[in-house]
Structures are given as C-alpha cells and as structure tokens.
Design a binder for this molecule. Structure first.
Ligand SMILES: C[S@@+](CC[C@H](N)C(=O)[O-])C[C@H]1O[C@@H](n2cnc3c(N)ncnc32)[C@H](O)[C@@H]1O
Length: 300
C-alpha cells in the first residue's frame, strides 16, 4: 500500500509535467477528495497508508486533471463565500472575485432595511440575480441575510438562460436550505412582466470574443455561454443595461460584475445607453475594477 506522501509526490510530478500551475495543491485536494478528508488532514499525516482502491481512484482523478479538467469539477465541489457548492459542467465554477458582488449586494440590502425600518406589512425588497449559474450569488446572499435575520424582508429571483444551470442552482438552494426563499426562472436576462427590482445583481459573461481562445485550458470544460461576452465582452451586459429603465425600481441599484480591464468601457457603455444615469466602478481586493454600480441618478 502506498502512503499519503508517496501518492502526493507521484501526483504532483504527473501534474507538473502536464502543465498544471498548482500541482501540489491539486494533488492534495484530489487525494483529500478520494479519501474523504480535508486537505489539512492529508498534509498532517504523510505516512498514513492509503488503501489500493482509494489509490486507484486517486490516480483516475489525477488522469482527469492531467487532461485539463478543473479540480472543482473532479471534486464536484467549490467553496464560495464560506459555503460549499456543488459544481459540475452544467455551470461555471464560481470565482472568488464574485464574492465582491455578493458583499456589495448584501451591504446595499442591509442599508435599505436599516436606514428606514420598513413598516409592518410592507412588501419585501425585490432582488434579482441574473445569470445565476450554479446559484452561488443568490444563495450566498440569502444565507448571509438569513444570518442577520433579514431574509424574510427580501424576495429573491434567480434567472439563467441555461436550463441546466437553473437545475443545478435549485439543487444548491435546497442543500443550503434557502430554496423556499428564491424563485428560479429560465429566461433571457429576465422573464417578462416580473415587476421592478430594487437590487439587480449580475455576473454575466464578459470575456471578449477574441480572448476566448487564449483562456486557460480548464475553462474549455465550462459552458461557453457562461464566458463569451461577444465582440467587446460587454454585449450581454449591454442588453441588460437596456432593460434597466423598465425593470429597475426608481431608487434601485444594479450591481454588475465586469472584467478587471473593463472599468472605463462600462462607464462609456452606461453613458451611451443610459444618458443621465450614474455608473461608479467598485474595485476588488486586488484594486482592479470589478463591479459597476449603475443607478438612475448619482448619489452624494
Ligand atoms: C459568468 S457566468 C456566472 C455564473 C454565476 N453567477 C457565478 O457567478 O458563478 C454567466 C452566467 O450567465 C448566463 N447567461 C448568459 N447569457 C445569459 C442571458 N442572456 N440571460 C441570462 N443568463 C445568461 C450563463 O448561462 C451563465 O450561467
């Protein structure tokens, strides 16, 4: 029987040769996945013996990773906003940058609920997550509001043009016990006649069409629909901007994730499509443009 350390050395060597940028981490995550232990437990017990069956499964997982498949799809799991989400090829693997979008949406909703406490019987704040994918943003937001005891004051809708993604998002909502607080809809951006939203959040595809071929190999396992933002990267987001005058409430805010090099482009796009509206670009932890905050009028 091989030990943990021997299997990690073997896996790391194979993954390094196949071009993985994080061969050691990948090997640790995959061995932990097969054995059913956290990565930290794997690292802490290098001399532990691994059964032949588990070692064979690990080698199969390493082979999938060698072929370029992302670790998250092999594990079927990705952490986001402190929660574990099921992920598979039906939807994009959530990226850490998108946590900024959730933080801003949560702060916006909390500010609205605390600035002016709503009278008893007031309708809930209507929120929509457009292009929900695996559901991470809507579900993480619901979980965060639930912790604050505010979820009952909010109604959430999550949409995606992909039926497969919506099916996965529903499964994740059930797993996180918020399925009764989120409506799901298959729609191009938004279903017709759903009323107006106070908070719109969206991580829609924003990769420029000509940059698609240069993406890392792992992204070829993800749905193209989740990444390809058309000629300038902003074609789907641009169509959403056109919907805001009718679908965003008068004092509503739209929070739109963008690429780190799209700060100036989104400001220009909002000015062109929504004259008189304001667009402020929020930065991420790496000080890169990450979320465009679009409103009817500039606030002080
Ligand atoms: C970049 S992925 C983001 C998924 C998820 N929100 C996340 O952050 O992990 C974009 C998502 O938008 C969806 N999408 C693309 N075009 C759309 C459209 N016209 N209407 C609704 N959803 C769309 C894709 O299917 C995909 O799930």
């Amino acid at each position: 029987m091989a030990t943990v350390a021997e299997l990690l050395i073997e896996g790391q060597a194979r993954l390094r040769a196949s071009g993985s940028e994080s061969p050691r981490l990948d090997a640790e995550l995959l061995l932990g996945h097969v054995i059913g232990l956290e990565r930290t437990a794997i690292i802490a017990h290098p001399t532990a013996a691994v059964g032949d069956g588990a070692a064979a499964q690990y080698r199969e997982a390493i082979a999938r990773r060698e072929a370029g498949e992302p670790v998250a799809y092999i594990r079927g799991l990705k952490e986001f906003f402190g929660l574990a989400f099921s992920v598979d090829r039906r939807a994009l693997i959530p990226r850490p940058e998108t946590e900024r979008l959730v933080e801003l949406a949560e702060a916006e909703i909390v500010a609205r609920l605390t600035a002016a406490p709503r009278p008893a019987g007031a309708p809930p704040i209507e929120v929509v997550d457009i292009g929900t994918g695996s559901g991470v943003a809507a579900i993480a937001l619901a979980a965060a509001l639930s912790k604050r005891g505010m979820l009952h004051e909010v109604r959430l809708l999550a949409t995606d043009v992909s039926q497969d993604a919506i099916a996965l998002a529903r499964e994740n909502a059930v797993a996180h016990a918020v399925a009764d607080r989120i409506d799901f809809a298959v729609a191009d951006l938004l279903p017709g006649a759903v009323g107006q939203f106070e908070v719109v959040l969206a991580n829609l595809p924003y990769v420029r069409g000509d940059a698609m071929a240069g993406l890392p190999r792992a992204t070829s396992f993800e749905p193209r629909l989740a990444l390809d933002g058309g000629l300038d990267g902003l074609s789907v987001i641009g169509r959403l901007l056109e919907r805001l005058p009718s679908d965003l409430a008068r004092d509503g805010v739209a929070l739109l994730e963008i690429g780190g090099d799209q700060g100036e482009a989104i400001v220009a796009e909002v000015a062109r499509r929504l004259p008189g509206w304001s667009c402020r670009v929020e930065l991420d932890l790496g000080h890169l443009p990450r979320v465009a905050r679009v409103e009817r009028e500039a606030r002080p």
